[in-house]
Design a protein. Structure first.
Length: 364
């Protein structure tokens, strides 16, 4: 399979992917045309959303969606979120549309919230890992919206990276992770949100469950649902080892979003805490990356990244910072634990899964 750029150059799928910018009317038209042709032929493309870059295929096409699992090396029990371009398209993907779904959609769509409901026959088994529910989202990114409108069908799209590795927030992240596994990447610049969507399960009558926290917080969901008695609870994680039953939502594996080096999430108040922890772990500080929010350090480290102590800004920078740790060849990453409030639940979730271990609370 080959696609052509504006210059007439052909980019075969077995080589590096063609990266097309979407800035400017002419470039946008070329990129959209190339993307839609590939999707209509049952192929994959990577493109930006406001959360992370997605790896998209026609959600109605089992063979196309299977290519997503192969490209990502994604386990078959892990379902994929279906992205839509309107409320009408969302309703076509499910067998019923309860009032709670309408309230959440009106409050947060287009935006970083996915809603789980009973799926309709339009959605094949491979998308839902054989389950009877599907997660639906209407993304806010204008490029994704334009692609869906031109296609006219929903897109299955997990993050555009190899399974369990760091999710991509730039086109270059996608290229470095998937390379020749995909033919085309639409470059829409850095993602504005930076971590994956909140996932809310509404498939059981009278109940709402957060299966994956994100930047739409539980308080925001409660406020949108109003006075109706709805339970909002974060679900448990799954190790993935020996997993056979399908999951209801992506992002539920206990280890996920992981950089190449081991990541340690620690509660610390001083550089001395960091040095004691590194010594206990047998780490050389010159090989260690630090991700901090409120500490000044004097020692020699491989990388020091100071992120803003505000959940939205922190989330926006998190994955790019972890990619920097990969690029610098850091042997370990020590992350200063952020605040424990509901606004930070999405960030905490990603850090804990990237680490795969519990936070170290006391270093004294």
């Amino acid at each position: 399979m080959k696609i052509k750029s504006a210059s007439g150059r052909e980019a075969p799928a077995e080589e590096s992917p063609l990266i097309l910018p979407v800035s400017g009317e002419e470039a946008l038209g070329e990129a959209l045309g190339a993307a839609v042709r590939l999707l209509q032929r049952g192929e994959l493309i990577a493109l930006p959303t406001e959360t992370v870059y997605g790896l998209a295929a026609d959600a109605r096409n089992s063979h196309a969606v299977t290519k997503i699992f192969l490209a990502k090396e994604r386990p078959s029990f892990n379902p994929i979120i279906v992205h839509v371009g309107s409320l009408e398209m969302a309703r076509e993907c499910v067998i019923s549309w309860p009032p709670e779904a309408e309230k959440l959609a009106r409050a947060f769509w287009p935006g970083p919230l996915s809603i789980i409901l009973k799926r309709s026959p339009l959605i094949p088994d491979v998308v839902t890992a054989g389950g009877d529910t599907v997660a639906i989202r209407w993304p806010a990114h204008p490029i994704f919206q334009k692609v869906i409108r031109k296609c006219g069908f929903p897109l299955a799209a997990p993050s555009a990276n190899r399974s369990n590795s760091i999710s991509p927030t730039t086109a270059e992240h996608v290229r470095s992770s998937l390379g020749s596994r995909i033919p085309l990447i639409l470059d829409g610049g850095p993602c504005a949100v930076g971590i994956e969507s909140t996932v809310v399960d509404l498939s059981a009558p009278g109940e709402a469950r957060i299966l994956r926290p994100g930047m739409v917080s539980r308080e925001m969901i409660d406020a949108a649902l109003g006075s109706k008695p709805i339970t909002v609870a974060v679900s448990e994680s799954h190790s993935g080892a020996g997993q056979t039953a399908s999951l209801k939502s992506p992002g539920q594996l206990s280890r996920h979003y992981s950089p190449e080096a081991p990541l340690f999430l620690i509660s610390c108040d001083s550089e001395e805490d960091i040095l004691r922890f590194a010594e206990r772990q047998g780490l050389k500080t010159s090989e260690v990356a630090l991700i901090l929010t409120r500490l000044e350090v004097q020692g020699q480290y491989k990388l020091i990244s100071l992120l803003e102590k505000e959940p939205g800004a922190y989330a926006r920078a998190l994955y790019s910072t972890l990619y920097q740790c990969n690029e610098r060849g850091c042997k370990a990453i020590i992350v200063q634990a952020p605040p424990r409030t509901s606004q930070w639940e999405g960030v905490w979730d990603r850090l804990k899964r990237a680490s795969g271990r519990e936070v170290s609370e006391s270093l004294g």
